[in-house]
Design a protein around this ligand. Structure first.
Ligand code: NAD
Length: 282
C-alpha cells in the first residue's frame, strides 16, 4: 500500500478520533483545524484518551509517545502537500466541504485519494466537487472512533476499483473491519438502524410500553447493549431527525418518516444527553 502520510481535515469529535487511530497505526498524520483554539481542543481530547489508556494499563507509555510523535496539528492547507490520503471530517455542510476540497486540490498531489466521513451527504456529489472523482470515496467511521471497529467504505458512482481497494486496505491497517457500502442515504448501518429507532419512538408514542420497558425488552430480549430510546438519547434526537428526513426525501418510504413525537422533542430542545434531557433526564 502506498499510503504513508494521512491528512485529516477537522479535529472535532470524529476527526480527532480518526487522526488518533491513524497515528497509532504508524501513519504520519497531519490534522487541520480552522484555528489554533479548535486545534488545541481536538489535540487535548486525543491526549486525554491516550493518557487514560496508559493509566488504565490498556496502552504502554511507549505506544502513547509513538502515536503522539506521528501526529502533527496545523491550521493551514499547505502543510497537507505530501499527503497520500485525505480524510475530511468537518461539519456536515456541502458548501464547507466543497471549499475544503478546492483548497486541498491546489496543494495535494494528484495521486492522493480524498475521502469524506459524511453521514448523510451524497458521496458521488462530493466527488464531483473535486478534480479527482475516481480517487474519491466515503470512509464512514463510528463514534467513538478509537473503540468502534467498523468503517463503511462507500463507493460513489465514479470511485475506481483501485481507490476502493486502497481504502479497504487502509481501514484494515488502522485495525478496523471495513464493509463496502453503496452511495445511498444511510449506507448500510443507518439504513437498518434509523427505521428501527423511529419505530421504537412510534411504539412509545402509541402506548406499546413505557420507555424503560421498551428499552429493557430489546436489551434483555435481544441482547442489545442498550435499548433504542437510550441509544436515541446517545446519538442525539436532532441528529436522528436530520438523517431520517434526508432518508425520507430520497426513498419516500413511510419507515423513514420522522414520528410526530420526535419532531416535537427536537423543537422543545429535548435532544438527549447533549441537552440534559431526551427520553431520560441526565
Ligand atoms: P464536530 O462539530 O465535532 O467537528 C467538526 C470540526 O470541523 C470542528 O472542530 C470545526 O472547527 C472543524 N472544521 C470546520 N470547517 C473546517 C475546515 N474547513 N477545515 C478544518 N476543520 C474544519 O463534528 P463531528 O461530529 O466530528 O462530525 C464531522 C463529520 O463526521 C460530519 O460530516 C458528520 O456527518 C460525520 N460523522 C459524525 C458522526 C458522529 O457520531 N458525530 C459519526 C459518523 C460521521
Amino acid at each position: 500500500m502506498s499510503i504513508k502520510t494521512v491528512g485529516v481535515i477537522g479535529c472535532g469529535l470524529m476527526g480527532s478520533g480518526i487522526a488518533q487511530v491513524s497515528a497509532a497505526a504508524g501513519f504520519r498524520t497531519i490534522v487541520r483545524e480552522v484555528n489554533q483554539g479548535a486545534l488545541d481542543k481536538g489535540l487535548s481530547r486525543m491526549r486525554k484518551f491516550l493518557d487514560g489508556g496508559v493509566e488504565k494499563g490498556k496502552m504502554t507509555a511507549e505506544a502513547r509517545d509513538k502515536t503522539w510523535g506521528n501526529l502533527m496539528g496545523v491550521t493551514d492547507f499547505e502543510a497537507m502537500g505530501d499527503c497520500d490520503l485525505i480524510i475530511e471530517a468537518i461539519i456536515e455542510n456541502l458548501d464547507e466541504k466543497t471549499a475544503a476540497y478546492q483548497a486541498l486540490d491546489k496543494v495535494v498531489g494528484d495521486h492522493a485519494i480524498f475521502t469524506s466521513n459524511t453521514s448523510s451527504l451524497c458521496v458521488t456529489e462530493l466527488a464531483a466537487k473535486t478534480k479527482r472523482p475516481d480517487r474519491f470515496g466515503g470512509l464512514h467511521f463510528f463514534n467513538p472512533v478509537p473503540l468502534m471497529k467498523l468503517v463503511e467504505v462507500v463507493r460513489g458512482l465514479s470511485t475506481s476499483d483501485a481507490t476502493h481497494a486502497a481504502l479497504m486496505d487502509y481501514s484494515r491497517a488502522i485495525g478496523k473491519e471495513p464493509i463496502t457500502a453503496p452511495d445511498k442515504p444511510g449506507f448500510i448501518v443507518n439504513r437498518l438502524l434509523v427505521p428501527y429507532l423511529l419505530d421504537a419512538i412510534r411504539c412509545y408514542e402509541r402506548g406499546l410500553g413505557t420507555i424503560e420497558d421498551i428499552d429493557n425488552g430489546m436489551k434483555l430480549g435481544c441482547g442489545h447493549p442498550m435499548g433504542p430510546l437510550t441509544l436515541l438519547d446517545f446519538v442525539g434526537l436532532d441528529t436522528t431527525y436530520y438523517i431520517a428526513n434526508i432518508m425520507f426525501d430520497e426513498y419516500k418510504e413511510p419507515m423513514f418518516a420522522a414520528p410526530p413525537l420526535l419532531k416535537r422533542m427536537v423543537l422543545a430542545g429535548k435532544l438527549g444527553r447533549k441537552s440534559g434531557e431526551g427520553f431520560y433526564k441526565y
